[in-house]
Design a protein around this ligand. Structure first.
Ligand code: NI
Length: 170
């Protein structure tokens, strides 16, 4: 594998990722690598900045009725969000060990491209909508802990400091 996970504190995670411009075999290989990294770490979603690559591509794998559904979305954009806000516990492969409720809209419409550059649209709700928003946030330099109340975030300062150091242990 060419890429490794990076963790909270890494600059790439704070940057706005650049659009993908070429839909080539490298992009397909990258998405396969992202699925492998996700599987290895028991994640259901991954964004390229999490493997230190500032590119707008996300992968999601959800199990629906015991079968896995894989999604790769290149240059995703949120087109519509529902007006409600629902809490749901989130975690992140770049912030291991921390789980907190985050309020987000329960439904979302996302536009983007598949690996061949074909346009695609997803109308998502519940867990799928949640993961889409979390991963698209990564492309804009936002982590789920940026979306929780500051007094809650402060409780994790020690853990976050430790996680930051994981970037150096590589
Ligand atoms: Ni994440």
């Amino acid at each position: 594998m060419k890429h490794n996970l990076v963790y909270y504190g890494k600059d790439t995670l704070k940057q706005t990722a650049l659009p993908v411009e070429e839909f080539n075999s490298e992009l397909k290989d990258l998405s396969e690598e992202m699925f492998l990294i996700m599987k290895k770490n028991n994640g259901i979603g991954l964004a390229a900045p999490q493997i230190n690559l500032s590119r707008r591509i996300i992968t999601i794998e959800l199990s629906v009725n015991d079968s896995a559904s894989r999604f790769v979305i290149v240059n995703p954009e949120i087109e519509w969000l529902s007006d409600d806000r629902v809490p749901y516990e989130e975690g992140c492969l770049s912030i291991p060990g921390i789980y907190e409720n985050v309020d987000r809209p329960s439904a979302v419409k996302v536009r983007g491209y598949d690996l061949n550059g074909n346009k695609l649209t997803y109308d998502a709700e519940n867990v799928f909508a949640r993961v889409l928003q979390h991963e698209i946030d990564h492309l804009n330099g936002i982590l789920f802990i940026d979306r929780i109340e500051e007094f809650i975030r402060k409780e994790y300062l020690k853990e976050l400091k430790k996680i930051k150091k994981m970037n150096r242990d590589k």
